[in-house]
Design a binder for this molecule. Structure first.
Ligand SMILES: [Fe+2]
Length: 393
């Protein structure tokens, strides 16, 4: 079985590296950029120094501060109209996954004919679409450590009308450069640190058992995933307890993008069911939602990943002596739930899910890409059981 690995994004990691943005954008030949962010990041005082750095390199900056969580199509349309008016040479995104995904979607939208909806897919099918025209350079500065969108080939946006999260996927959406500066994450409160960090944890663990990963096993992909898991287990709680702990913040910044490299073979039920709950119940808490389902996902898939499971068990400090693969899967499920307790993960009930939405959540789940590609698909009864247990907390 062939395995191809490509990371076209130039990745720079380190405290203060965002200070090099201006010179890099200038080197790319851009004279006017659109800088995309949300009002929270702006209020935190993160934006002004970054824009000053760009202007010091003689780059004109057009600001867009209207990003919303799980960016709705209306935001993409509004930002696209501004981009069409000002015609930037490049895009800069400063923020979490929503700002980064907005920049990708807007770039695709304004560089190509048709609307974004022509390129968007709901999660009913995996299509990797090349765009007709090349996109403009994109420079990403994550202010959270979790989504890994700064190096990924997809943008997730919300179609509110259809109550669907849609994914635009294309190799063209891979950012040009990512400045992963852990200093930009030090102001995150503990619960956002936890939810974004557990998004990375879910990418990495699901990456070990993703739809395509099972059929194209790769020790290289697993090594990224396992290192990301190790970093989260070691540094998430220290980063929550002391936001200015730069060592912990740096570990988490690495974990975020390494988790995406570990998920090159796709994701599993954590993200599939997590997305479905978010869509149906209107809950904007991607990290905690996906994480909530992950322990059940691991136990369920144990038999498909005996080697990876034993490494995961070792990271979770599980004594596997005398345990069968299935028993190790059950122990891993419990160990992950114990870790969540320390991280303060709320139950699905506390997040606002209603059990009366179970049927609709299952309907969304069973049409999801990673459900359709999964080598073993949980039944309606099994998904219901997982939801009930995660609901109770
Ligand atoms: Fe995610």
């Amino acid at each position: 079985m062939e395995y191809t690995f490509e990371v076209p994004t130039r990745i720079t990691v380190g405290e203060g590296c965002s200070g090099h943005l201006g010179s890099s954008v200038a080197s790319a030949g851009a004279k006017r950029v659109m800088c995309i962010f949300d009002r929270g990041v702006e209020a935190a005082g993160i934006i002004d120094p970054i824009i000053s750095g760009l202007e010091a390199s003689s780059i004109e900056v057009i600001r867009y501060n209207g990003v919303l969580p799980d960016p709705p199509m209306e935001v993409i349309d509004e930002c696209s109209s501004l981009a069409l008016d000002v015609n930037p040479d490049a895009f800069v995104a400063v923020g979490g996954g929503s700002s980064i995904d907005t920049a990708k979607a807007v770039n695709a939208n304004v560089s190509n004919p048709g609307t974004l909806k022509d390129h968007a897919i709901n999660l009913n099918g995996l299509k990797v679409l090349p765009f007709e025209n090349p996109l403009k350079p994109m420079f990403m500065l994550p202010t959270t450590a979790g989504t890994g969108s700064e190096i990924s080939p997809s943008a997730i946006v919300t179609d509110k009308e259809m109550k669907l999260k849609v994914s635009v996927m294309s190799p063209d959406l891979v950012p040009t450069m990512a400045f992963i500066d852990p200093a930009l994450t030090t102001g995150l409160p503990p619960h956002i640190t936890a939810s974004t960090g557990l998004d990375a944890f879910s990418h990495a663990v699901e990456g070990l058992m993703g739809g395509l990963a099972i059929f194209t096993p790769s020790p290289m992909r697993d090594s990224f995933a396992l290192t990301a898991i190790e970093l989260v287990l070691r540094s998430l709680i220290p980063a929550m307890n002391d936001g200015k702990n730069m060592k912990a913040r740096t570990d988490m910044s690495y974990a975020a993008f390494m988790s995406i490299l570990g998920a090159h073979g796709g994701l599993s039920m954590g993200h599939t069911i997590g997305h479905a709950i978010g869509e149906v119940c209107g809950i904007h808490n991607h990290g905690f939602l996906c994480a909530s389902i992950l322990p059940f996902n691991v136990e369920y898939m144990a038999e498909f990943i005996p080697v990876q499971l034993s490494k995961l068990a070792s990271l979770l400090k599980i004594d596997t002596a005398g345990k069968s693969v299935a028993e190790t899967g059950t122990a891993a499920k419990q160990a992950i739930k114990d870790f969540y307790r320390e991280c303060g993960v709320p139950s699905l009930r506390e997040m606002g899910m209603s059990l009366s939405d179970t049927k609709e959540i299952i309907r969304h789940t069973t049409s999801g890409t990673w459900y359709l590609l999964a080598p073993k698909k949980p039944s309606e009864d099994e998904i219901t059981g997982w939801l009930e247990e995660a609901y109770a907390g």
